[in-house]
Design a protein around this ligand. Structure first.
Ligand code: 5GP
Length: 255
């Protein structure tokens, strides 16, 4: 398998910047597995640095798998580039180094938008729905982005009462789903579900944000429940870096 770290193969992304944040870049936000830096002299851009770190249970379980940050970063870059190429607005600008994205600075909307094509995870845990059933047409759900409250499920009306219009996010989420599903189908992978985050730029325009990687999507080998995603860590069922690198290798062929 050609991984991201040892391989001489180049991803279809452009390397245009020095792969380091500068000393005068300031840390804006320390997330669970990523850090966001304000770029000195460029107030509308940030660097997002991906760490070799994985968490589950809202940060209660942690591990530091080598190569994980780079793999998630490169997968995100490829998927954001693919979506940009299909006319979607994302925060992605460039991938200046293997573990860092250059992105538009956004005001992040505190709502996680989930698209489900196959039942798994919280929809199975919290309803009578059986794992593995097809959800057709796909559904879109909203969760509050708030670790202290354990990211509770929101209703469409609650999102509106929070002063956020869920419809534009829903439309983009369905479009993203269509493009990702087509791509993963070519790879022999079922896109079970995924999480998106959105933000507004200084003009109030909506952009897709955060990352797109097996950390925030469920990917099963077509027609099976063989996992290539963070559930391997959540359920202690295998090596996530090996699985994520398989996805990266496939994306390099098909994206
Ligand atoms: P569920 O609601 O079933 O737990 O998650 C649905 C999908 O969204 C899964 O692919 C899961 O990985 C992703 N997801 C939901 N919440 C989070 C989160 O807080 N962080 C990450 N990385 N992914 C999430």
């Amino acid at each position: 398998m050609s991984g991201d770290t040892g391989s001489t193969e180049q991803p279809k992304i452009f390397y245009t910047k020095v792969p380091q944040t500068e000393a005068h870049d300031t840390l804006l936000l320390e997330g669970k597995v990523k850090s966001v830096y304000q770029i000195a002299d460029e107030s509308d851009k940030v660097y997002i640095h991906f760490h070799d770190k994985v968490t589950a249970g809202n940060g209660r379980r942690v591990d530091f798998p080598e190569g994980k940050g780079k793999t998630c970063c490169l997968i995100s870059a490829l998927l954001f580039e693919m979506l940009e190429g299909r006319g979607l607005r994302t925060h992605y600008i460039d991938c200046p180094s293997l573990d860092t994205l250059l992105c538009k600075k956004l005001t992040i909307i505190p709502v996680e938008v989930i698209v489900r094509n196959i039942a798994a995870g919280s929809i199975v845990k919290n309803t009578t729905i059986t794992e593995g059933i097809n959800i057709s047409p796909p559904i879109v759900e909203y969760f509050l982005k708030d670790d202290e409250k354990d990211d509770p499920l929101l209703t469409h009306d609650r999102v509106r009462l929070m002063g956020i219009d869920p419809e534009p996010m829903k439309e983009v989420a369905i479009e993203v789903n269509t493009h990702l599903q087509m791509l993963f189908t070519l790879m022999g992978i079922d896109l079970v579900d995924f999480k998106l985050e959105f933000g507004y730029d200084a003009h109030g325009d909506l952009f897709l944000a955060d990352e797109l990687s097996p950390d925030n999507m469920r990917l099963w080998k077509k027609g099976t429940k063989e996992r290539f995603d963070k559930d391997l860590f959540r359920k202690d069922q295998g090596d996530i870096v090996e699985a994520y690198q398989y996805i990266l290798q496939q994306l390099r062929q098909f994206a």
